[in-house]
Ligand binder design. Structure first.
Ligand SMILES: [Cu+2]
Length: 68
């Protein structure tokens, strides 16, 4: 299990936070995702053998947010 922190630029409210969290937690290999509006950041626990950090970033982008 690995922890990846991704900065997310374009979240503006708790609705955005929820969307990002839902998107991340639906990805196979992700066991937990904590998303903070205040820190503009997602902290994700995932199995790197199933889903790497690039795929997590891509999923966030696909959901319409900017992952940096
Ligand atoms: Cu929002």
């Amino acid at each position: 299990m690995q922890t990846t922190v991704i900065n997310i630029k374009s979240m503006t409210c708790m609705g955005c936070v929820k969307s990002v969290k839902n998107v991340l937690e639906r990805i196979p290999g992700v066991s937990n995702a904590d998303v903070s509006l205040e820190n503009a950041q997602a902290t994700i626990q995932h199995d790197d053998a199933i889903t790497g950090s690039d795929q997590l970033k891509q999923a966030i982008q696909d959901a319409g947010f900017e992952a940096v």
